[in-house]
Write a protein that binds this ligand. Structure first.
Ligand SMILES: Nc1ncnc2c1ncn2[C@@H]1O[C@H](COP(=O)(O)OP(=O)(O)OP(=O)(O)O)[C@@H](O)[C@H]1O
Ligand SMILES: [Mg+2]
Length: 286
């Protein structure tokens, strides 16, 4: 469900306090018991009940009555905490409209120092299992609430954007990260799949140059396609990096080849450019 900026703006300080306490206690409890939450937040039973009512009405908290009365954050509550932190730190002053919804993210425009984009990571339960298996993320926690996997995914993307940007790859500039939300610069361009290119060859070579630079820095995109490239005239940006792969990955070559095949295949189909995958691969790793 998309976020409501109004709901986030209208959060009372006690409601933020409650969200933060549930977040903290979810490391120990699958369902945070009501009495534990009351002690941790220091609110009266009456106030707590009233505020929880608001939070549940906005789908930020959900409750269970078995085996005992307890509470959990929803994705909405977790997103709200991240965004209100970005607001209180001054990174963003306003949340704008939704510009993209993917399988595992929602992307909003926002106002900060210039126009920004907020990418909210939402890793579902199934891919969380594989994230967890892959990298033993936070293994010391007794319970691992799956909403926190999104924070891991956001971190992966943020770190990659930082390193890639520093190394001269054309990616959005990462501005800030909080929990599962990344703030980055807005790209005034079109997704490659929506663009009609005047100089397709220049654009393809621009993409390959960026992939080559990323490879030299140790990054393989691992989800490269016409949907994750943005263009403006001849300028290109490569976006959407959370699933990037290291060169030491046992299937690194196959993954890179698949990335390259997606791109050369697209240019061949749409613009009749024939670049042989083998040559392109040599060019990138060479
Ligand atoms: N920095 C940006 N500037 C402008 N538009 C952006 C920016 N980042 C993302 N977008 C837009 O939002 C869309 C979705 O973003 P992105 O590709 O990063 O995530 P996703 O495809 O939802 O992720 P997933 O592959 O996990 O589903 C992009 O296709 C693009 O149109
Ligand atoms: Mg994408």
């Amino acid at each position: 469900m998309p976020l409501s900026p109004e709901d986030i703006k209208s959060l009372h300080k006690y409601e933020i306090l409650i969200l933060k306490n549930i977040e903290k206690l979810m490391k120990r409890y699958t369902w945070v018991p009501e009495d534990v939450l009351r002690k941790a937040s220091g609110l009266s039973s009456q106030e707590l009940e009233y505020r929880l009512g608001h939070l549940m009405g906005r789908d930020m908290v959900k409750s269970s009555s078995v085996p005992y009365k307890g509470y959990q954050l929803t994705f909405g509550g977790y997103d709200a905490l991240a965004i209100s932190s970005l607001v209180s730190k001054g990174t963003i002053s306003a949340l704008g409209s939704l510009i993209g919804v993917g399988k595992e993210s929602a992307v909003y425009e926002a106002l900060g120092t210039g126009i920004l984009v907020l990418k909210i990571h939402r890793i579902g339960q199934r891919s969380f299992q594989s994230v967890r298996l892959n990298r033993s993320f936070m293994p010391e926690w007794k319970h691992f609430p799956w909403i926190f996997a999104s924070t891991y995914s956001a971190k992966q993307e943020f770190e990659a954007l930082k390193a890639l940007r520093k190394g001269g790859v054309n990616v959005p500039v990462p501005v800030a990260i909080n929990r599962n939300v990344i703030a980055m610069t807005y790209i005034a361009g079109l997704n490659l799949n929506q663009a009609v290119l005047e100089n397709p060859q220049d654009v393809l070579e621009g993409i390959l140059e960026n992939i080559k630079k990323a490879y030299a820095l140790g990054y393989i995109h691992n989800d490269l396609s016409e949907y994750n490239v943005m263009v403006d005239g001849n300028e290109v940006w490569i976006i959407d990096w959370p699933q990037w792969t290291e060169l030491t990955h046992p299937n690194a070559d196959e993954i890179l080849k698949r990335d390259l095949k997606n791109i050369t295949g697209y240019f061949s189909k749409k613009y009749g450019l024939s670049y042989t995958p083998e040559k392109v691969f040599e060019m990138v790793v060479g």
